[in-house]
Design a protein around this ligand. Structure first.
Ligand code: ZN
Ligand code: ZN
Length: 332
């Protein structure tokens, strides 16, 4: 089969990906093989290609927003049948036994398996997934629009939970890419007032089109104190900016897997009065199931840009340079 691998991590414009021929993966016990229809492009793929995140093994196939059809089942795999539509997400496995898994926090598992980092992902003709970690996808959402839900959507949803905005409260969103444009729709659906603070005229236009209550530049002050905020941009310098925009007791949740360094914080202006700064790490499967059901119920729409699978490097470069709004999706 054809697959893109991260050959030598480096700047995206230096061509860190290479397309190779690989053997088709065989599904092991409890696994299914998925014939990839399309795969979303996540900022984490860019961090892996550029080496911000260290490779877990050489020659990894990236891609963890995979939509496809089961074409083979491994021994003992009974959840999905050949031909079933399935989504393959970032969280591809846990040990199920560590102290975090035992207490319902499998997103913090000590021995997790991440798709496209620990095991080969979806920038390929096929990949395998542990059946317990795949998702049934809502029928009302087509393949291209479902792909970004599998990481951008689910992790944005967890970030929204982590931001802990009370009913009827105000949410600030810093950075407005694939994950933020989905999360904003969920927050608006829940009746929150959403203030989007981001660079890029196209991103601000998309935020306004989706119904944000206000839209400004990343450094602007929102029109009211924020009950909670999510930092989607991988920019540590925005942490003090967002903390200063919080009202008393507000929470800033950092949604990304990677963040540039955070400048020194000023206690009185940025943390006192019980302002909270926290990170978001992956998600539980329950977060994913809850989010997908919600997305289907209220008719969430992702804004996508389609690329052929052969153009994966161009899609990653366009993400790096902010050349599209919403999410990129690779098609086989
Ligand atoms: Zn565990
Ligand atoms: Zn991702």
């Amino acid at each position: 089969m054809r697959a893109w691998i991260v050959e030598s991590p480096g700047p995206v414009d230096s061509g860190p990906l290479r397309r190779v021929e690989k053997d088709e993966p065989e599904p092991g016990p409890g696994q299914v093989r998925v014939r990839v229809t399309c795969c979303g492009v996540c900022r984490t793929d860019l961090h892996l290609a550029e080496g911000d995140l260290p490779p877990r093994r050489p020659g990894m196939v990236p891609g963890h927003e995979v939509v496809g059809r089961v074409d083979a089942t491994g021994p003992g795999a009974t959840r999905f049948a050949v031909g079933d539509r399935v989504g393959v997400p970032w969280l591809g496995g846990t040990d199920g036994t560590c102290r975090y898994c035992r207490h319902g926090a499998e997103n913090l598992c000590l021995a997790p398996v991440f798709t496209g980092w620990d095991v080969d992902g979806g920038y390929a003709d096929a990949c395998v997934v542990n059946e317990g970690f795949g998702y049934e996808l809502p029928e009302v959402i087509g393949d291209e629009h479902a792909a970004p839900l599998l990481c951008a959507g689910i992790i944005g949803y967890r970030a929204l939970l982590c931001a802990a905005v009370p009913t009827g409260g105000s949410l600030g969103i810093y950075g407005f890419g694939g994950s933020a444009h989905i999360t904003a729709q969920v927050a608006l659906h829940q009746g929150l007032r959403v203030h989007v603070l981001t660079r890029g005229a196209a991103n601000r236009a998309l935020a306004a089109e989706l119904g944000a209550d206000s839209v400004g530049d990343a450094a602007d002050a929102p029109p009211e104190p924020l009950d909670g905020a999510i930092l989607f941009a991988p920019a540590g310098e925005l942490v003090p900016v967002a903390l200063r925009a919080l009202g008393r007791g507000g929470t800033l949740a950092v949604a990304g897997i990677w963040l540039s360094d955070i400048p020194t914080l000023k206690y009185e202006a940025e943390l006192f009065e019980e302002r909270k700064l926290r990170s978001v790490t992956a998600n539980t499967r329950a977060n994913g199931e809850d989010f997908l059901a919600l997305a289907a119920r209220f008719g969430l729409r992702t804004t996508t840009t389609a690329y052929p699978m052969s153009a994966a490097p161009e899609a990653l470069a366009d993400l790096a340079h902010g050349r599209f709004s919403g999410a990129a999706v690779l098609h086989n």
